[in-house]
Design a protein around this ligand. Structure first.
Ligand code: ADP
Ligand code: MG
Length: 698
């Protein structure tokens, strides 16, 4: 079957080599096929023409029909603008351009009838339409329902006259070429079963819909396909790994787990902790390797779950290890676990970079002989020299500092991979977790231990420091400790450091009654640890820091988290920082300090934080406000979101639906042999070739 869309974009009428290069560089469009998969970001209803006297401020984009009755150029340099007075007999509005002025003057003529599309605003007492779309009235033929597609274009494209309108024209040419159907990319059975629109029809209607219903169906089909293959890719490769590696079987629950449960548990487990432990128990008893992501808000009690999971390994004759991202955290875990295991004969060792010499040798030996069944440590644990007798379970705390590649290195310590439990306090919306960590099963602790007092969050303006300081003095007088955090953004590290140092000086001047320590990313590790330790031990009552404290330190006596320039942090990051307080019995506070002048979106972000303490709600909001590309953890994961039509923030339900379908395919056909699936595997191969990131997922 001949597929016209494989042709180079430069052969399309009106494109040529210059524009082709630009399309490639700016949007990654090289072929007609690429163009066809460049979907509009919105449609504007062209079916109604408004009269100028009907215009009200606050209307969305509207359409007018009339003529230009005069041009007027004003201003100089950057203030230059071009105004066209536009009339339809019922009134006059101003069409305004700040850029492309030469182009506009050359193109539009006086007293010709145009259809104008723009958003009316009030400026200087007159109705303005800034950078409107103009079409000669005869020439503008909207589709049957009057829905006109709008395409994103870059500044560079606009400067070269490749506006949304130009893209629309090109698209019309491509769609006209589709006189015969393109090769279908989903099996016929699947199309019938799920009532999907055929590919070619869907592509045409996604750009030029014949009616609203057709548009909806076209978009559904294309999103379905996009998300389906994304999931098929992940599940297929997870399955392959499952087939290659078997997992250790922890057949029974034994004495250590039971002793701990009956004699050592300091408080009843929460319902969520119990549920998650059951899920883990089922995994390790299945004979397959566990790969589980445990999400739980800060303070939800993940450590206990980790410890009890590791005891399952010990009871079955295996060793277990818990890894933390920093020495301080590792030391804290080591201490906590030691206390929890009191009177139980379970040797625990701590291995970090600073454990050297004889002590280190003794630990390495103990691990090799199996005398040490439980190890707590940092990255030092994955070094080549660390060998275990039989490592059966690995728990990784705060996974976003720990990449997929490092996880893989753990496996090389055994002939068989240990069970892996990855714990994170950065809640990731389910939809995103399914795409990012598709190879991991997800457990959630969605319940805090009883009796926790939620942190009170306040938003304060920079100008109101006096009242903020008064409150901090009061807290210090009551013996509490305080964090003061400054943003750190890589590009301007120097400025950030200056901010931090100035902040420190300001605090030192104001709070003479306490000792203040300082921590930032540019310090040597040893110095950082030393400063941290001052705060952890209570010798220092205030800590001025950049976000290095974000992960895990536990100082229950700290009750106030002051976040300076809070507008520069992401929502999830702010939530993480807030989690550093509220760990003790006292009421805790999180104070977001910002300038008075804030962007609307920023204000919304901060409001969400003030209103809720629920990490998942916050993560969902973050995903909606910023899009998945900016979410924490996504950059490192190597999965850029090159989705073309589906949107992880809005299409969560569909994602879940197609994931189940993809799972069915993989389960029913693990080796990829069924004839009705051949098209799927072929198409998956094509997609993996075109999406460099897809290989990185599994
Ligand atoms: P995180 O999930 O942030 O790692 P932790 O494991 O550090 O949370 O637990 C936070 C605090 O809650 C600890 O002081 C821990 O002892 C306490 N905790 C954990 N589970 C329970 C429970 N079921 N009931 C009461 N307190 C609990
Ligand atoms: Mg923790």
């Amino acid at each position: 079957m001949f597929d016209p869309t494989t042709r180079d974009i430069k052969y399309l009428p009106g494109v040529g080599p210059g524009r082709a290069t630009l399309l490639g560089k700016e949007l990654g469009i090289y072929s007609l096929h690429d163009l066809l998969y460049y979907f509009p970001y919105k449609f504007v209803d062209r079916s109604r023409v408004y009269r100028i006297h009907e215009i009200e401020v606050g209307m969305p984009v509207i359409q007018l029909r009339g003529e230009i009755i005069g041009f007027e150029a004003t201003g100089q340099g950057r203030k230059r603008r071009l105004v066209a007075h536009f009339s339809d007999g019922t009134g006059v509005v101003d069409l305004v351009w700040f850029q492309s002025i030469k182009y506009v003057t050359g193109r539009y003529q006086l007293h010709k009838t145009y259809l104008v599309l723009g958003k009316p605003t009030l400026y200087g007492g007159r109705i303005n339409l800034a950078h409107p779309d103009l079409d000669e009235a005869t020439d503008a033929k909207p589709s049957g329902v009057g829905l006109q597609p709008h395409y994103h274009t870059t500044e560079k494209m606009k400067r070269n006259f490749l506006s949304s309108h130009a893209v629309e024209k090109m698209m019309q040419h491509v769609v006209q070429l589709l006189t015969e159907p393109l090769p279908e990319t989903l099996p016929a059975g699947m199309i019938a079963r799920h009532h999907l629109m055929p590919l070619t029809q869907a592509l045409c209607n996604a750009h030029f819909p014949s009616d609203h219903e057709a548009l909806r169906k076209a978009q559904y089909r294309l999103k379905f396909e996009e998300l389906f293959y994304l999931q098929l890719n992940i599940l297929r490769y997870a399955k392959e790994r499952q087939r290659k590696y078997r997992g250790y079987l922890f057949a029974h629950v034994g004495i250590r787990f039971n002793t701990f449960y009956h004699s050592n548990l300091p408080f009843p487990l929460t319902g969520a902790q119990k549920r998650v432990l059951k899920e883990i128990r089922r995994d390790v008893g299945s004979g397959r390797q566990m790969n589980r992501l445990l999400q739980g808000d800060v303070g939800s009690g993940k450590t206990l779950v980790a410890l009890m999971s590791m005891l399952m390994a010990l009871d079955n004759g295996y060793q277990a290890c818990l890894m933390a991202p920093t020495e301080i955290l590792a030391a804290q875990h080591y201490e906590t676990i030691g206390t929890l295991l009191h009177d139980m004969d379970v040797p625990v060792a701590l291995l970090t970079g600073s454990v050297r010499g004889k002590r280190r040798e003794a630990i390495l030996k103990g691990l090799l002989t199996g005398e040490i069944p439980l190890l707590v440590g940092t990255h030092a644990v994955i070094e080549e020299t660390v060998q275990f007798a039989s490592l059966g379970m690995v728990v990784i705390d705060e996974q976003h500092r720990f990449g997929v590649a490092q996880r893989a290195r753990l496996w090389s310590k055994n002939t068989q991979p240990p069970h892996v439990l990855v714990m994170t306090a950065t809640p990731i919306p389910r939809t995103l977790a399914m795409t990012l960590y598709g190879d991991l099963d997800v457990s959630v602790i969605d319940e805090l231990p009883p009796g926790r007092r939620p942190v009170v969050t306040l938003h304060q303006y920079d100008a109101h420091r006096t009242s903020l300081y008064r409150m901090l003095h009061r807290q210090l007088a009551e013996g509490r400790q305080i964090y003061v955090v400054y943003p750190l953004i890589k590009e301007s590290e120097k400025i950030d450091l200056k901010n931090l140092e100035e902040g420190y000086a300001r605090m030192a001047e104001e709070f003479t009654e306490c000792r203040i320590c300082m921590v930032h990313g540019r310090m040597k590790a040893a110095q950082k640890e030393e400063q941290m330790q001052l705060f952890v031990s209570g010798q220092a009552q205030m800590m001025v820091a950049t976000t290095v404290i974000e992960v895990g330190v536990n100082v229950p006596n700290a009750t106030v988290m002051v976040i300076e320039n809070a507008e520069r942090f992401g929502l999830s990051q702010l939530h993480q920082l807030r989690g550093r307080v509220g760990r003790g019995a006292e009421q805790s506070y999180c104070i977001l300090v910002t300038n008075f002048k804030l962007a609307e979106e920023t204000r919304k972000r901060l409001d969400i934080l003030v209103q809720t303490n629920d990490g998942f709600e916050i993560a969902e909001a973050d995903l909606r406000l910023r899009g998945p590309g900016d979410l924490e953890g996504t950059q490192q994961s190597g999965v850029a979101f090159d989705l073309r039509i589906a949107n992880l923030a809005h299409d969560g339900q569909l994602l879940q639906y197609v994931r189940d379908i993809a799972r069915e395919v993989v389960e029913s056909d693990p080796t990829g042999e069924l004839p009705e699936h051949q098209l799927l595997w072929r198409q998956l191969k094509v997609l993996r070739k075109n999406h460099a990131n897809w290989g990185a997922i599994s």
